[in-house]
Design a protein around this ligand. Sequence first.
Ligand SMILES: *Cc1c(COP(=O)(O)O)cnc(C)c1O
Length: 372
Amino acid sequence: MKVPLLDLQEQNQTLRPAVDAAISKILDSNGFILGAEVEALENELASYCRTEFAVGCASGTDALLLALMALDVNSGDEVITTPYSFFATVSAVTRLGATPVFVDIEPKTYNLNVSQIEAKITEKTKAIQPVHLFGQCAAMDDLRKISEKYNIPVVEDAAQAIGAEENDKRAGAMSEIGCFSFYPSKNLGGMGDGGFMTTDDEALANKLKALRVHGAEKRYYHRWVGINSRLDALQAAILRVKLPYLDSWSDKRKANADIYQKLFIDAGLNEQITLPFEHDCGRHIYNQFVVRVPDKRDELKQFLAESDIGSDIYYPVSLHLQECFAYLGYREKDFPESEKASRETLALPIFPELIFDQQKYVVKKISEFFNL
Ligand SMILES: *Cc1c(COP(=O)(O)O)cnc(C)c1O
């Protein structure tokens, strides 16, 4: 048996006729950048995320950069965020000359530890940027209270969390700006790069729309220095075919997660493997099913690869220890939970089309590895 970490083949085959038709429509329309198709997608995304506005752009990385630009984050400013995330969370901050100020993560959810934020606030703090890692929201209720007390805006890195919820609010609807990615491995993936931002603030939405076209509100009249970060019509047309399926795919991922929970417990693996923790006040969309393997994580990954089972490490190096951020002066042991997670976590296959026999095979092989 073969169990890839992610297999888009079945999904793409099922959608093939609709995707082909959508692509043909764009070819005939002769309009490839932004335009009506992107606007239609933006409206559908705003309604899906339960926000007033959605603004398409070229990637999740750019969404983060544009969001911070829209909030006037500049050199000398500080942005409080997590060291345990994808690189772009932090590079968006440093690209603008601002300084990332890290707080450690909660070991159970891998999301930033909100109780550590207040101690890091200074006059220079310009934004707080939580990440909803692996598809589960950070503790946004508590975070909003801090944001309101100090009047500091929040940017959600919701790249892995489209449709995730906390108390009926969706990711991207709990802050000034939410940032999303259409990278193919996300729950709503394009067939290429893409991203978008959400907001309830009309002025911010208009600024984001200008910043993605070189800061021009009117063509050739530049109010700001923006960037070129447009979503293209082909991606929008393809994403409009996929969006109606998103909730059923995310529900399938969650159902697969529940099956794993049962299989791992039945196999008596709860000492060797720490299973994902779910808040009881929200919806986890399981962009990744990440287990903690305190002992022999790398050996297990190798053993699974030899058994044709895909797995991956998100993320092997905590961001405060990346070579390019050495100038920030952080050291090993500064964020012990983040560093520990980078040594212990392993993502297992969780995609919607995964079948029960494949999940049984994964758990059986892990039992074999631990000689159970
Ligand atoms: C995928 C991802 C991004 C970046 O998105 P791209 O579209 O690949 O640029 C940013 N942050 C997180 C947490 C991500 O998972």
